[in-house]
Write a protein that binds this ligand. Structure first.
Ligand SMILES: *Cc1c(COP(=O)(O)O)cnc(C)c1O
Length: 394
């Protein structure tokens, strides 16, 4: 169908979208309404860990849809129990609460920490978060975020989220007071431009929070489920947080997220937390298929190898075009363009049949499917190389 025939004005306008409509996806590829094919290195914002429409997910969805879609969250169902067990068995955590999106999982983490502070720390409720951090778009998670564009939006903010500087332990220590209950951060700040929390900083933060009796919350919505080459991003630093949130890749493309916690922290009373669709069998069945794929022998080794392959290719482009650093881990990587050509480059890439993301004006972020092939990486690098030659020269 022609683009002009779609009723685009029926949708609320919340972002600038290109004039095309995607109609089909398979693996690393998408097709639009004109039949044009695109190589996808965005994958629904780091969501489709197994690529577009992987058969294991399509089949699991169809099978579960015929069996049981939702019995209400006030009853147990098999897929949610199966998925909770898979997460618990493969992590340092003990219990899981499923949500429909990442922001809702983080809201749950904030509520759990505040409840725990009410019980154990005389009503302490402040959660130290970080400049540049991103935790979602609900009122509390926007308040917890350190995204400059959120600063003056939707006032008044939810109070209780003082901001420290990433990789600066002293800046965290300086904010700790009687009101503090937790510290919350992303192992790699994704939206801020793939800025890693360094391993010594994370180990220091674990030690500091333990000494001061505070909870450590890791927002692994972008880094969890294999993205960085380990199942969870915090494993690189060898730490055990108290609370973790998951989203994005957990559902491999369907809306599924989770709040995961150590037994000692699980203090919700009946009625404190819930939600109509939470833990429904249709989505959690998909989560089981995703966890089985990502924890299959050799899968994460391949993520590490493909990540190194992509990083090496980006490094080569950086050297030949005089660009900046390549950073990140596994298959969450960024290329510093050293000039504010990100939006222009993303637009030209789209025209050339390649989906890229520029979370900042001078930076590209790469978040392909975890099963992306070397040939697909080569194809992406070839298009990007051509565009860079046009835009910045050799
Ligand atoms: C995407 C993201 C969120 C928000 O998740 P939604 O599913 O969009 O609500 C929160 N934290 C991080 C680190 C994210 O990358």
């Amino acid at each position: 169908m022609q683009f002009t025939h779609y009723p685009i004005h029926s949708l609320m306008e919340v972002t600038a979208r290109p004039q095309l409509v995607f109609v089909r996806g398979e693996g690393s590829w998408l097709w639009d309404n004109t039949g044009k094919r695109y190589l996808d290195f965005v994958q629904g914002w780091a969501v489709n860990c197994l690529g577009h429409c992987p058969p294991v997910i399509a089949e699991r969805l169809a099978e579960q849809a015929r069996r049981l879609i939702t019995p209400s969250p006030s009853f147990y169902n098999e897929p949610s129990l199966d998925l909770a067990r898979r997460i618990v068995d493969n992590s340092c955590f003990d219990r899981v609460f499923f949500t429909n999106c990442g922001a809702e999982a983080n809201e749950g983490a904030i509520k759990l920490a505040r409840k725990w502070g009410g019980r154990n720390r005389g009503g302490a409720y402040e959660i130290i978060t970080f400049d540049g951090g991103f935790h979602g778009r609900t009122l509390a998670t926007m308040s917890a975020s350190g995204k400059p564009q959120f600063r003056d939006l939707f006032e008044p903010k939810v109070p209780g989220f003082p901001k420290a500087q990433l990789n600066d332990l002293d800046s965290v220590a300086a904010l700790i007071c009687d009101r503090t209950v937790a510290v919350m951060l992303e192992p790699i700040q994704g939206e801020a431009g793939v800025v890693p929390a360094e391993d010594p900083f994370l180990t220091g933060l674990r030690q500091l929070t333990r000494e001061r009796g505070l909870l450590l919350i890791v927002d692994e919505i972008q880094t969890g489920v294999g993205r960085t080459g380990t199942l969870w991003g915090h494993q690189h630093a060898g730490i055990e947080p108290d609370i973790m949130t998951l989203g994005k890749m957990l559902g491999g493309g369907v809306p599924l997220a989770a709040l995961v916690a150590k037994e000692e922290v699980c203090c919700f009373d009946h009625g404190d937390q819930g939600g109509t669709f939470n833990g429904n069998p249709l989505m959690t069945a998909v989560g089981c298929a995703v966890m089985d794929a990502v924890t299959a022998p050799g899968f994460l080794d391949t993520v590490v190898r493909r990540g190194a392959y992509l990083a090496a290719g980006l490094q080569e482009l950086s050297s030949s075009h005089n660009l900046g650093e390549v950073r990140g881990r596994g298959l969450l990587l960024a290329l510093d363009l050293r000039r504010e050509i990100g939006a222009d480059l993303v637009g030209r890439a789209l025209a050339a049949g390649l989906l890229l993301n520029a979370p900042r004006p001078g930076l590209l972020r790469f978040m392909p499917a975890l099963n992306v092939t070397e040939a697909e990486i080569d194809a992406m690098l070839a298009i990007l190389g051509t565009l860079l030659r046009e835009m910045v020269g050799e």
